[in-house]
Write a protein that binds this ligand. Structure first.
Ligand code: BGC
Length: 310
């Protein structure tokens, strides 16, 4: 008993400090809870033809995704789309004498850190933290390693013509609606997000992408500015099961929810598709929602947080 008290006293400062640290900044593991390396297996970037190329991914069965699982025959083709060469948003080819990126590091211009902790460097190239994709090189992604995006999930409550909130008959929960865009690259509906530009801060990306893709720069700039500045709720930071991922380049995102509780702000705006969005609309949120990559899993977190119908 005495020994137990002694151990507790000894451990108390450590326990307290870890509680204090976690209340300040959520630990990476918690932020990336939807996708955990070693648990989550990607599916979208497997066993298909790489988009806009004639390159077939090397076969990878579900149980061969993790690097920890032996796969001696694994010999993925290498592909980097020719159109990314020389683009300002893209890295130089590797290996290179002059281009020596600082892996797992954010230099303020390019964030090469992953939300899943330090990724491995194998034969001079970053290794996808989730596992094999059947393709090496960068595909059509600009950066080696993580390519950071930001996704604004803009929501309002669904209302009838009298302005009353509509609930779902089965769950009895109110129905959320989100702004979804139809991507012009794969024609799938998605959150209107986009890539974080060099040196850009994620909150600027969230607002910029929404304005470009869902409002096509229409007026109401002040209201949109205020709506975004007044706060978003952090939903997810981590890997995205994107169709463009390769063994050496992959998508990660930071998703925030911007909610118009009484539908008087962005909830009122006329949506106009712009930039790389083919269409835009308010979409009911629920378990039948099918979206690009693992966006539906991210939206589900919003429904849970707002105690909405799913
Ligand atoms: C999109 C983001 C998405 C990311 C990963 C980007 O092209 O704009 O919405 O989260 O890709 O799929």
């Amino acid at each position: 008993m005495r020994n137990l008290k002694f151990v507790v006293l000894l451990l108390l400062p450590i326990l307290l400090s870890s509680v204090l640290i976690s209340s300040k900044s959520p630990p990476v593991q918690m932020m990336a809870a939807l996708v955990k390396p070693g648990v989550f297996r990607h599916v979208t970037c497997l066993n298909n033809m790489y988009p806009r190329s004639g390159v077939l991914r090397f076969p990878v069965a579900e149980e061969q995704v993790f690097w920890s699982e032996p796969y001696v025959e694994y010999c993925p083709p290498s592909y980097t789309a020719p159109h990314i060469g020389g683009q300002v948003w893209a890295d130089a080819p590797l290996p290179s004498e002059t281009f020596q990126p600082k892996w797992n590091h954010n230099d303020g211009q390019v964030n090469r850190e992953s939300f899943h902790g330090a990724y491995e460097i194998k034969d001079g190239l970053p290794r996808n933290p989730i596992g094999r994709t059947g393709l090496s090189g960068r595909g059509s992604l600009g950066r080696w390693g993580p390519n950071h995006a930001a996704d604004p999930i803009v929501t309002r409550w669904k209302r009838n013509s009298n302005g009353e909130i509509v609930d779902n008959a089965a769950t009895g929960k109110n129905i959320l609606q989100m702004v979804a865009i139809q991507r012009s690259d794969n024609r799938l509906w998605a959150i209107p997000g986009g890539m974080v530009d060099p040196g850009e801060n994620v909150s600027a990306t969230l607002k910029r992408e929404f304005t470009e893709e869902a409002l096509n720069f229409t007026d109401n700039a002040n209201m949109v500015e205020k709506f975004f500045t007044e706060g978003g709720v952090h939903i997810y930071s981590g890997y995205v099961d994107d169709f463009r991922n390769t063994d050496n380049a992959w998508m990660e995102t930071t998703a925030l929810n911007f909610h118009d509780e009484d539908g008087s702000q962005v909830g009122q705006l006329k949506l106009v598709a712009g930039d790389d969005a083919a269409n835009v609309r308010w979409t009911d949120v629920g378990s039948s929602l099918k979206l690009h990559a693992n966006h539906a899993d991210i939206v589900r977190e919003v429904a849970i947080k707002r105690d909405a119908h799913w």
